[in-house]
Design a binder for this molecule. Structure first.
Ligand code: DGJ
Length: 733
């Protein structure tokens, strides 16, 4: 009753012109190098007036004073008064059928905590009992701002949310280009750069589970034409959500707006009386240093706030998958552990194939869900493996795929209703024609999925690493747990359920390292990373193709999170033959690992691998925690590709360069090191000479920063054949 009186009183007030609003707030939220300017009129609307390069507080007030034409509502709603070129962020259907929402600012609050500053805009509908809180947040010592909303039904009947985006942000309209990352299995995240057309461009994902596979939820937009690596204004944004998402860009006349959030297609969500729905955070940055500036901002933020243990160097590991596939057994695992330990590695990960009693896991057709050791393969159990790891002086990790079952499994025999399925229809199956997805909408299933990891880690506290896999799409959008009226919420509730499980795991096991794998790179997204330490970049381990995929993954995700493994040649996915040195030089630009049987390597290869691993250890901190400068892109087809990492003081650099497009007598560009300190002199060391006593001709040379930056390194004679490569460390003298 009280509420409706307030609402009525307010609606009279709010029916006035915006200028009659009670109080106008000009709000500025700044990071080290960016600013966000918002005008919020109490009793009126709120507008994003500016987002871009940092502007001093006093100057911002002048900006506010000169902007009379407020164009970008901070949270536009559907159904009443939306103009052309404006995309709604929120679309509700009220209990009486009314399709419109009309939000006015009720309160503006600013606060801070140990991580950063918050701005909170509280809005209410002029008539209906809906409250929306819109948040903007800065993160200390980074250039990232995130924004999200909380939508509350303060009434007594359900309200249907037809659209509920996280963000609505204006971009400077110019000669805009959109960069996004598109792929599929074994070919993840290829870079696409396209001029922004007039009208609408949508990036979205509907796969349900592997929601970064086809389109990654990260993108950049340049303001002044084709984006450059180290120059020009570039906006970068990503949605921190693991489920389906939708990012809409609308360019009309002078306006260019981005609306980003959970994908609302086939996903209407009923907000029950008293319920609050929190939309995922949308993270953004703005740089004057081109794409490189955007990447470095996200890498820094990602390490500090985005992923687990971003300040701890990662172990060098051997994963069993491409070495033995499903044929794991105690003897083979023991041998692999010995091999990686001998090479200087620090961790061994046993992949798929170790479990299943009634139905042994010998291929992809059975056993998911039956997470008990197969005693025929591993008579000593997991203890036998962790003991072996201890004996070899390394850590032990294990593969699981906890969100899944097979129709051939004990768990499915017991609980067929625990899997996603559409009423009255035959269940769709995936991998091995038997794989199905567990229904994480169901709290009992959440408990079960939590218990898989819990049991494994509690019974085997020596397990230091988990590879968490996910190899199916959400094939059937149906839950036996949810009532009929909530079937359209399956995908969203699945991901909320998954978040619950992951949070419980993290609360109980904060130290274990967990890899996010999803048929390779199906989940390379900040939406998953909060609970994980790294992602498996791709099932394609061909070093040549990895150059492209890692280049694009590096646009948003830091090297510390990018698992990159040296595998056999010919490569198992592409059959390409490449030298071992090339494979190491590529894998060393991420979290280095191996994915092969060292047993099969020659003495010379083993000797080289040992040296390469030792070299990687010496520069691991710079690669995993330094600043990345991409120097020559493989996508530019300039015969070579190069990148560089620098520590904060720029006193230590690591440069990698590769021949990528071998053509005889073609121009080979000089490698100019954009991230060096011009005033320092650097001594060069060849990190990975094939023969220890035959480093490349640059080894030992001292070169000034200015020369390295403006003249560059001549690599013509080093990168003069297909798949030649070089890894150099430069230390300031
Ligand atoms: C898919 C993963 O991406 C691979 O690395 C491997 O773990 C297999 N699944 C195992 O089934």
């Amino acid at each position: 009753m009280k509420l409706s009186i307030i609402a009525l009183g307010l609606s009279l007030l709010l029916s006035q012109n915006v200028l009659l609003a009670e109080k106008q707030h000009h709000l500025v939220l700044s990071t080290e190098n960016t600013s966000l300017g918002i005008t919020a009129n109490e009793g009126g609307r709120s507008y994003i007036q500016y987002y871009g390069v940092k502007i001093a507080q006093e100057d911002m007030q002048k900006l506010f004073a000169t902007r009379s034409n407020f164009t970008c509502l901070s949270y536009p709603t559907f159904g009443i008064g939306l103009g052309r070129g404006i995309m709604e962020a929120l679309s509700l259907q009220m209990p009486d059928g009314n399709m419109s929402t009309d939000l006015y600012i009720q309160k503006v609050e600013q606060s801070s905590d140990k991580n950063g500053k918050y701005l909170e805009l509280t809005m209410i509908d002029s008539v209906y009992p809906v409250e929306v809180k819109q948040y903007f947040k800065t993160y200390n010592n980074t250039d990232i701002i995130t924004t999200w909303t909380q939508i509350t039904n303060k009434g007594k009947k359900g309200i249907v949310m037809n659209k509920f985006a996280s963000a609505n942000v204006p971009i400077q309209r110019g000669d805009n280009y959109v960069c996004h990352y598109h792929g599929r299995w074994a070919s993840e995240n290829y870079i696409n750069e396209t001029p922004m057309p007039n009208g609408e461009l949508v990036l979205d994902e509907k796969e349900g589970m592997r929601t970064a596979w086809y389109n990654n939820p990260s993108f950049m937009i340049s303001i002044d034409g084709k984006p450059q690596e180290e120059n020009g204004e570039v906006f970068g944004g990503t949605l921190i959500w693991g489920g389906n998402y939708k990012i809409q860009m609308v360019a009309e006349n002078n306006k260019f707006t981005i609306t980003a959030g959970i994908n609302n297609d086939n996903s209407a969500y009923t907000l029950e009386a008293g319920e609050t729905f929190t939309t995922p955070e949308f993270a953004m940055t703005y740089s004057l240093q081109g794409k490189g500036g955007v990447s470095r901002a996200f890498h820094k933020w990602g390490r500090k706030y985005g992923l687990q243990h971003g300040d701890i160097e990662r172990d060098i590991l051997l994963n069993s998958w491409e070495g033995v596939y499903f044929n794991v057994n105690q003897e083979k695992m023991d041998q692999m552990m010995k091999d990686i330990a001998d090479l200087g590695g620090e961790l061994f990960v046993m992949d798929d194939g170790w479990f299943g009693e009634k139905y042994p896991r010998n291929n992809g057709t059975s056993s998911l869900g039956d997470w008990r050791v197969n005693k025929t393969k591993l008579p000593l159990g997991i203890k036998g493996l962790t003991d072996a790891a201890k004996k070899h002086g390394i850590k032990f990790g294990i593969w699981i795929e906890p969100e899944m079952a097979n129709t051939i499994s004990e768990i499915y025999e017991k609980h067929p209703e625990w899997t996603l399925q559409c009423k009255n229809r035959k269940q769709t199956t995936g991998r091995g024609k038997t794989q199905i997805v567990l229904d994480l909408c169901n709290p009992k299933v959440q408990d079960y999925v939590f218990s898989i990891t819990d049991k494994l880690l509690t019974e085997n506290p020596e397990i230091a690493y988990i590879k968490w896999d996910c190899n199916a799409a959400m094939m059937d959008y149906g839950s036996t747990y949810l009532p009929a009226s909530k079937q359209s919420e399956v995908e969203i509730r699945y991901h909320i359920g998954l978040r619950n499980v992951l949070k419980r795991i993290r609360d109980k096991f904060p130290d274990v390292v967990i890899q996010c794998c999803s048929s390779g790179g199906g989940r390379i997204s900040y939406g998953f990373i909060p609970w994980f330490d790294e992602f498996w970049t791709s099932d394609n381990t061909d070093a040549y193709q990895r150059l492209y995929m890692q280049w694009s993954a590096s646009q948003f995700y830091p090297a510390i999170a990018m698992a990159s493994h040296v595998s056999a040649s010919p490569n198992h996915q592409t059959s390409r033959v490449t030298p071992l040195k090339f494979r190491f030089d590529v894998a060393m630009t991420g979290r280095l690992g191996m994915e092969m049987k060292p047993e099969d390597m020659t003495k010379e290869e083993l000797e080289f691998s040992k040296r390469a691993i030792s070299s990687y250890k010496s520069i691991r901190k710079i690669v995993q925690m330094g600043d990345l400068y991409r120097l020559i892109s493989p996508y530019d087809h300039k015969s070579i590709s190069a990148l560089m990492f620098a520590n904060e003081a720029k006193s230590r650099l690591v440069v990698f360069a590769y021949n990528v497009d071998y053509l005889h007598s073609q121009h080979v560009p000089y490698v100019r090191l954009s991230g060096v300190d011009e005033n320092k002199n650097y001594r060069i060391k060849d990190l990975t000479p094939w023969k220890a006593d035959q480093p490349c001709f640059l080894n030992g040379k001292v070169i000034s920063g200015r020369v390295l930056k403006y003249a560059g390194l001549q690599m013509k004679d080093l990168l003069n054949r297909p798949f030649t490569s070089v890894a150099l460390e430069l230390t300031a003298e």
